[in-house]
Design a protein around this ligand. Sequence first.
Ligand SMILES: *Cc1c(COP(=O)(O)O)cnc(C)c1O
Length: 410
Amino acid sequence: MDRETCLSFDRQDPLTAVREEFVVPDGVIYLDGNSLGALPRQTVSRLNQVIAEEWGDGLIRSWNDAHWIEAPARIGDKIARLIGAGPGEVIVADSTSVNLFKLLAGALRLQSGRHFILTEAANFPTDLYVAEGLTDLLGGHHAVRLVERGQLEAAVDGSVAVLMLTHVDYASGAIHDMRRLTAAAHKYGALVLWDLSHSAGAVPLDLKACEVDLAVGCGYKYLNGGPGAPAYLFIATALQDAMRSPLSGWMGHAAPFAFERDYRPAAGMARQLAGTPPVLSMMALEMAVDLWSGIDQREARRKSMALGDLFIRLVDETCRDLGLEVASPRSAEDRGSHVSLRHKEAYRVMRALIDRGVIGDFRTPDLLRFGFAALYTRYVDVFDAVRCLREVLASRSWERPDYAQRLSVT
Ligand SMILES: *Cc1c(COP(=O)(O)O)cnc(C)c1O
């Protein structure tokens, strides 16, 4: 596999022109779109317009005139189309962590007599922390049951209120079988909550076909909504009017501007809103989601699988005996859109790569993580990144003492 061949893959790539829709700085090979998606060009002009015209000139009138107030439901419907959900089943609000709290609390209330939130011990920490924080708050009547990945199906029984899982694992990239695990939980009457943070925009999803009850996901990863973008939540239509949010704020009231003394939840997903939406961030997310609506997700998936396969192949071929081990599934069907490599000095190696313009990230204790965002990552980027990795390892240039100093965000 040589560089020329990778360039020819890029010339044949049906998504090659989509890269032009993004700002990718010169001299940077960006392999961290799984953590913070790149900036869509249109977002810059749209946000300037929102600030100058809608906020600057329109002022408070823009809640009505520029349809700001409808943004959470409107953008939710656009995200619904990307994840196989129906209209009115997704709303944009808060962060993934907060949405997890809201949905878990709502689900436990529906499942009285069942005491457990069942999840995987290696789930993303915020999912575990939020679940434990909630069971703590509920005074010890509930508990989080942690099991290993392979034991999940066997651990479901009639005491499980909710099975909560992350579809694509943040560390290894391994994909859970959504349809099968959802069906296994339903057999015992448990509800199923999927965290789609590393899935939406990376792996085609069909929540309806999988009969998923509840889901949350992140706006700033493969969806490219911007740093700290609002998140989204999904509730299957049949459950919506039974689910109550524990954050019963006025934006989820049936009539927020009636200023009634008592809380009455709005119908459908709107009751999942708590407070006023962050309009600037919402508009950035909307631009990014609109960009996705013109993309054939199967094409994007094919490309991201091919990029991951190419990466693993090049690492196998050119980085032997350099202390690396592939920590992700080798079969592309079983993997999301990133590949992790294990190295005992992973943190320092990643710092050296970033200094050379190859941006991935580090996940404790020993993972180098590389994300392949199909919309703007090229085959030649993968080639150049692996060449740089080999050079850093072979020359031991990661040994600079300052690379051992951990920055706050890794
Ligand atoms: C990125 C990610 C989150 C992020 O949660 P925030 O509340 O946005 O910080 C949550 N869960 C998973 C699985 C993630 O990968």
